[in-house]
Design a protein around this ligand. Structure first.
Ligand code: HMG
Ligand code: MG
Length: 305
């Protein structure tokens, strides 16, 4: 049962389009267009824009230009530009380009961990340990992702305890925030609440973020259900781009335009200019020649927000 008592007054929106969105595009987008997208997003009031990922180009050719993209960004002081890093090699590359924040990424499902990063959950934690130690020595902030928190494309159900245990381990490794990813968009609102509550019993709610893919049209409903439990950090992707090549059939993230429209309609502050955001959605749609999955991007804004 949804109670609205804990709905926050402000939500931090973490834009993941340049990474989660573009990693899933069949065609490789030129670095200069990725940089242009990040610059346009930087002018909307967003405070976090995930820029790229320093993963193996053999596994993810779409992100092979991470160094060039990161070097090309004109950083704004009040914006964080985190990057994904899977191992020490990725960290070295990220450090050489001057990043200030990284994100490590594990999974609550053994099968997905193997498919996505080629190791078990336990091995991934062993791999993350030296990455986090080094990153902390370098004064980097570390975000942690957990994939498949509401279901796995290979093994089906995922227990909430395995999500909560992994979240606790990632915090112990030095992550300041854990993003809970419904990678395949399988969850529904009550499941999302039960999972979030189980994790919040182990890790403070203020250190948790939610990351919903919209495969079955549940993302906004799930976000609303989690807002009611007090979550105040939400990941989303411009124009609803996104997905993961290792989660076949999973569609994009919740569209940032739709998320911000809902939050502003609920009188929740984001600091984001929705009109500018919609323009960026149209820009990226033109670049990719794709259908914008944001409903707000297609329909426009009804009231000033
Ligand atoms: P591996 O094949 O086991 O690693 O991959 P390896 O150490 O044997 O290396 C293989 C080759 O890659 C070697 O090159 C390495 O040097 C190179 P070779 O000697 O054959 O020429 N290599 C690298 N090159 C550049 N940067 C690196 C790097 N690492 C190795 N960092 C590995 C293991 C983790 C590297 C690989 O599996 C990988 O990169 N996986 C990433 C997959 C990925 O990007 N998935 C999508 C992101 S996660 C996601 O989308 C979910 C999320 O959005 C949340 C959600 O929705 O749930 C975050
Ligand atoms: Mg994702």
């Amino acid at each position: 049962m949804i109670s609205e008592k804990k709905i926050p007054a402000h939500v931090k929106v973490v834009e993941v389009g340049p990474r989660d969105g573009l990693q899933n595009e069949k065609n490789i987008i030129p670095a200069h267009q990725k940089i242009e997208l990040i610059h346009r997003l930087s002018a909307t009031g967003l405070s976090v824009i995930e820029a790229t990922s320093f993963v193996s180009p053999k596994w993810m050719p779409q992100m092979a230009d991470a160094l060039e993209v990161f070097a090309g960004i004109k950083h704004k002081a009040q914006i964080s530009y985190p990057v994904l890093v899977p191992n020490l090699k990725g960290l070295e590359r990220a450090l050489s380009s001057g990043v200030e924040e990284i994100a490590i990424f594990g999974a609550a499902s053994e099968a997905f961990s193997q498919k996505n990063i080629n190791c078990s959950i336990a091995e991934s934690l062993e791999r993350f340990q030296p990455v986090c130690e080094r990153a902390l020595q370098e004064n980097l902030k570390i975000r942690g992702y957990i994939s498949c928190v509401l279901g796995c494309p290979y093994q089906g159900e995922v227990s909430v305890n395995s999500v909560a245990d992994l979240a606790k381990r990632l915090i112990e490794l030095g992550c300041y925030e854990i993003s809970l990813g419904d990678t395949i968009g399988a969850g529904t609102p009550l499941q999302a609440q039960r999972m979030l509550q189980a994790v919040a019993d182990q890790v403070p709610m203020t250190q948790l973020a939610i990351h919903f893919h919209d495969t079955r049209g549940q993302a906004l409903a799930n976000i609303y259900a989690c807002l009611a439990l007090g979550i105040s950090i939400v990941d989303s992707s411009i124009a609803g781009l996104g997905g993961c090549p290792y989660a076949r059939g999973a569609s994009g993230n919740v569209a940032t335009e739709d998320l911000v429209y809902m939050l502003h309609g609920m009188e929740i502050e984001t600091g984001i200019d929705l009109t500018k955001l919609i323009e960026v959605g149209h820009f990226v749609q033109d670049v990719l020649g794709c259908q914008n999955r944001s409903r707000v991007g297609q329909a426009g804004i009804l009231k000033s927000s």
